[in-house]
Design a protein. Structure first.
Lengths: 76, 222
């Protein structure tokens, strides 16, 4: 089984990199954008018997800093 | 008086911090990140600046899970003293010893220059040689120094007089201009600026010396 973890800055936390991407897209003439948020995708190859609860614990303890980030787990 | 300076792969201010401690009269042990225990009778732990573990995942995130950091957490839980500077501050927030987090600088650029810091409180072993309101010049050198904490945490930091230093001109977007904070028991300091880089005439400034001098004054055996 694989798990894909999406880590994004929480709403309300300034994302300067997303802002820079938004500016660049605007400068290129893409005016159809109102905002950009940039995050991370982490793919985990899970050993047999691993559960979503295990992945949640990994997110809470290491993969995301829940002071500033939220995460979503996708089992694939 | 004994200080322990933690050395991670990628630390680059460890020896500067050790020199600053030594000049203030401390005997310094350099402690490798894979060690599981601090030396006996350590008075203060220094977590230095640098790029521990290449800043992979998040600045300080991997270092916070290292064996020695578990010992540092235990040391602070027992009421031990610690100071984390720059990457060390990031590591202390990642361990949960200090609240909040350090985000990418609002202007996205790595900034390396001397900035003005206002001493917000002299009520700590780190800042008691300064007067509240003093403005000192201390270098910063960071890409991720943009301090963030939620409103409740910020209110607690203010109410409990735990903001140690603030920027006179905010260089990185830090909330409340915060440059350094204290733990609830006031025995742990985390700050992005580098006092150990302003602790010798050769550095071009000595405004950081008072921080180390204050520590040796408090921690010296009676």
């Amino acid at each position: 089984m694989k798990a894909r973890v999406h880590v994004m800055l929480k709403n309300g936390v300034l994302d300067p990199q997303g802002e820079a991407v938004r500016h660049a897209l605007g400068a290129m003439g893409f005016n159809q954008i109102e905002g950009v948020r940039q995050g991370k995708v982490i793919d985990l190859e899970l050993a047999e018997g691993a559960t979503e609860a295990d992945v949640t614990e990994m997110c809470e303890k290491l993969l995301a800093n829940t002071v500033i980030e939220r995460y979503e787990i996708e089992l694939v | 008086m004994r200080a322990a300076v933690i050395v991670f792969p990628g630390s680059n201010c460890d020896r500067d911090l050790a020199v600053a401690f030594e000049q203030a009269g401390f005997q310094v042990d350099m402690v490798w990140h894979k060690d599981a225990a601090l030396p006996d009778s350590v008075d203060i732990v220094g977590v230095p600046g640098g790029f521990s573990y290449g800043d992979y995942l998040r600045c300080g995130a991997i270092a916070a899970q290292s064996p020695i950091c578990k010992a540092v957490v235990q040391h602070t839980e027992r009421g031990g003293y610690a100071v984390g500077i720059c990457n060390g501050f990031q590591i202390l927030t990642e361990t949960g010893i200090l609240p909040g987090a350090l985000l990418r600088n609002a202007g996205l650029k790595y900034i390396c220059r001397t900035v003005g810091l206002r001493v917000e409180t002299s009520d700590s072993v780190f800042t008691e040689s300064y007067n509240a309101g003093d403005v000192i010049g201390i270098p910063i050198a960071h890409h991720d120094g943009n301090y963030f904490a939620d409103d409740a945490t910020l209110a607690a930091l203010k109410d409990q007089d735990r903001i140690a230093f603030s920027y006179t001109e905010n260089p990185n977007g830090s909330v409340g201009d915060i440059a350094g904070i204290l733990s609830e028991n006031r025995r742990v300091l985390g700050m992005m600026p580098h006092p150990e880089r302003a602790a010798d005439e050769g550095h071009g400034g000595t405004d950081g010396t008072a921080l180390f001098r204050a520590l040796s004054g408090v921690l010296a055996p009676a």
